[in-house]
Design a protein around this ligand. Structure first.
Ligand code: FAD
Ligand code: UDP
Length: 373
């Protein structure tokens, strides 16, 4: 008899497992994939280069609490992420900043004049509702067309006018020279990779990990008191109200017999090509290797669910599934797929920590919990 069956060994399920185990609860953690880590899983490819199987994962958070919690399971490598966008034949800093604008248009704007430049181009919209409105109301239509319109159409299979403002608002334009992708206080990568972090998190005698197993195949055989579910919420209810849209990506990996492939860790291609971006992993991981591995991302409507699609019709459908979830006793829903939230890793960790606090009450770790070093 287990106290908990946890479905999904990504950040949501693994953090819940670790916290519950430390409170003396017994946990069986199951994942249909052959590995732990969920979409943050990384591994050494055939050439020996550390790659992220499900696309580039860069850790960043403003919350010291989340950074401190994860620091129990890994040492860190300082890493500030940079992205270049391929626009009009140039590689320009993205998010848009003063240098992006100057190099694109051949101008010499500075911190004193960039705001007036944006204001002269912006279309006034008092409450932007869509991603199109969010961008054109800040920087105008030309920058929108060059950097956002096609990237967003490729990434989501939707026009930006059909997506919530919050999607494009993840990468707001800057009025300074800051060319980092994120501005959070904590920007680090796990020194030995994400999978090692997960291995240490799950290395507890109260946790049993079962891989290659769809929970539906074992749920009737296992005995447990409660379930924590981090898979897609619509699948849990057998698509009772229809499919909740999730966006997928086809990842195409290549290894090149050269030390460096491209001029930065990630290059975005808003306008050319079927793919949205190319990532070169060695920049992220700091690995030294004579070869280099990269991944192209080709967004698709088919395949594993990776992204909830933020738009009003989907929020409404999710709301109906959430009512079902709330009315399902003994099952707790957590994570990006189960709560249909476009969450980064740190937000999922925060959500999982809150869930455990809520269902167990905040208690001291039980004396029985032991962790191997
Ligand atoms: P997941 O990691 O998806 O884990 C859910 C698990 O449940 C999966 O392993 C799945 O196999 C399992 N599962 C589902 N159904 C079943 C079933 N029936 N039976 C058994 N197991 C099941 N976040 C950042 O902070 N920084 C980034 O740079 C970043 N980059 C990203 C890039 C890409 C391309 C993607 C797709 C996401 C990125 N993210 C990033 C987001 C990050 O991946 C998520 O926030 C995080 O991994 C979500 O964790 P989770 O546990 O909720 O879900
Ligand atoms: N985006 C864009 N052009 C870019 C980068 C991002 O239009 O060069 C938009 C696009 O809609 C994307 C969203 O901004 O989905 C959020 O970008 P982010 O890099 O945060 O996406 P993620 O890393 O989650 O895929």
């Amino acid at each position: 008899m287990f106290d908990y069956l946890i479905v999904g060994a990504g950040f949501a399920g693994s953090v819940c497992a670790e916290r519950l185990a430390s409170l003396g609860r017994s946990v069986v953690l199951c994942d249909q994939r052959p590995h732990i880590g969920g979409n943050a899983y990384d591994h050494y490819d055939d050439a020996g280069v550390l790659v992220h199987r499900y696309g580039p994962h860069i850790f960043h958070t403003a919350a010291k609490r989340i950074y401190d919690y994860l620091s129990q399971f890994t040492e860190w490598r300082p890493y500030e992420h940079h992205v270049l966008a391929h626009v009009d034949g140039k590689l320009l800093p993205f998010p848009i900043n003063i240098d992006t604008v100057n190099r694109l248009y051949g101008l010499e704007l500075d911190a004193g004049s960039i705001e007036a430049f944006f204001a002269s181009r912006a279309e006034p919209i008092s409450h932007p509702r869509t991603s199109e409105e969010a961008v054109v109301s800040k920087v105008g239509r030309d920058l929108y067309e060059k950097f956002f319109a096609n990237y967003t159409r490729k990434q989501w299979g939707l026009d930006p006018s059909d997506l919530d403002a919050s999607v494009a608002a993840r990468v707001p334009a800057r009025t300074n020279h800051d060319d980092r992708y994120f501005t959070d206080e904590f920007q680090v990568m796990p020194l030995h990779g994400y999978t090692r972090l997960f291995e240490r998190m799950l290395d507890h005698r109260n946790i049993r990990v079962v891989l290659n197993t769809d929970y539906r195949d074992v749920v009737n055989e296992l005995r447990f008191r409660s379930m924590i579910y981090s898979g897609p919420v619509d699948a849990f209810f057998d698509y009772r109200y229809g499919k909740l849209p999730y966006r997928s990506i086809d990842f195409r990996f290549e290894t090149h017999d050269e030390e460096v492939f491209q001029r930065g860790p990630v290059i975005n291609y808003p306008n050319e090509h079927e793919y949205t971006r190319i990532t070169e992993f060695k920049y992220l991981t700091g690995q030294a290797h004579a070869k280099t591995s990269i991944v192209y991302e080709l967004p698709t409507g088919e395949g594993d669910p990776y992204y909830p699609v933020p738009r009003p019709a989907n929020a409404e459908l999710y709301r109906r599934y959430k009512l079902l979830a709330d009315a399902t006793p003994g099952v707790h829903f957590v994570g990006r797929l189960a709560t249909y939230k476009y969450y980064n890793m740190d937000q999922v960790v925060a959500q999982a920590l809150s869930l455990v606090d809520q269902i167990e009450g905040v208690r001291k770790p039980a004396a029985t919990g032991t962790r191997a070093a």
